[in-house]
Design a binder for this molecule. Sequence first.
Ligand SMILES: *Cc1c(COP(=O)(O)O)cnc(C)c1O
Length: 356
Amino acid sequence: MPRPIQAFISVSAIRHNLNVVRTHAPGARVWGVVKANAYGHGIARVLPAMSHADGLALLDLQEAQLSRQLGFVGPILLLEGCFEPADLELAIALHLSIVVHCNEQLQLLRRYSGPGGVEVYLKMNSGMNRLGFPPGQMQAAYAALREIPSVLGITLMTHFAQAETPDGITEALTRFQEATRSLPGPRSLANSAATLMHPAARADWVRPGIVLYGSSPFATKSAGELGLRPAMTLRSQIIAIQDLAPRDAVGYAGRFVAQKAMRIGVVACGYADGYPRSAPNGTPVLVAGHRVALVGAVSMDMITVDLSGIGEVTVGSPVELFGDGLSVDEVARSAGTVGYELLCALAARVPTRAEP
Ligand SMILES: *Cc1c(COP(=O)(O)O)cnc(C)c1O
């Protein structure tokens, strides 16, 4: 028998969350962002829900290839564009759309002499200072793209650095609008946070990722309050129970020392499964429906939790690390990170099952 840990992916939750996005941006088309193996959920598992999106956005050519092999025929957007000539050939062969964010990528397109053509997302740097042309170069980049025969169409794009706060995008949006005022074509600006919080940024295509998986991009608004359903639930079991006397310690380095007699449950889940090693004492864990506290260091294959006062728990009792009954965002916050990181961290060794 394998270790009892298992992840469950709810396809219907993703479909529901996609509908939540659509109610916020009824006029926009939706790129379902499935980069990083669909934020840890598995491209193949989420695809049945993503068939309700207007396209898939990702950044790994292998993931694009897999999506095509699995039968996805809609648009696929390569969010970081191409890195070398062979990428462009494959992108065109697979009918992908590509981001062009720098002059080197423009050159790459210019040098392409093969058959076919490609839809281009011309990206502007609106203040994130990672990818994108400076506002002052957008006109020239647009003009250069228009000269390239293999460029079929051009969409204007940017990505906000601070869409999570009420006035976080004001300056960036103005910068984008001013730099692109004279340029025709559709626009794509909004990630999850911008789609939900900033109506002015919804434009023609929105690019939600995290909300599709039922995690909130906002520190002050929970996924539940946003009407989202968790798509990933990580479950395991109690595999041992220890009774501690006062001053007994638990786990590596004795990070937790019992002040009184305590009952400790050992859970088959550790950092090699993707659970954050940074989770401190007190991080919530759900055991047989009870919220209990993690105590002691997270180790590679196990964590330990305080079962004092919960009589009925035995070896084999069910544990939920996050998901349906315990928000991934709450666990992430306790560990000093965000839901994104926990979802993406789900390890390959965890048996995972999709549920319709
Ligand atoms: C990852 C990504 C998104 C999705 O972001 P979320 O915060 O998960 O909604 C959108 N656009 C770009 C360019 C991205 O890289």
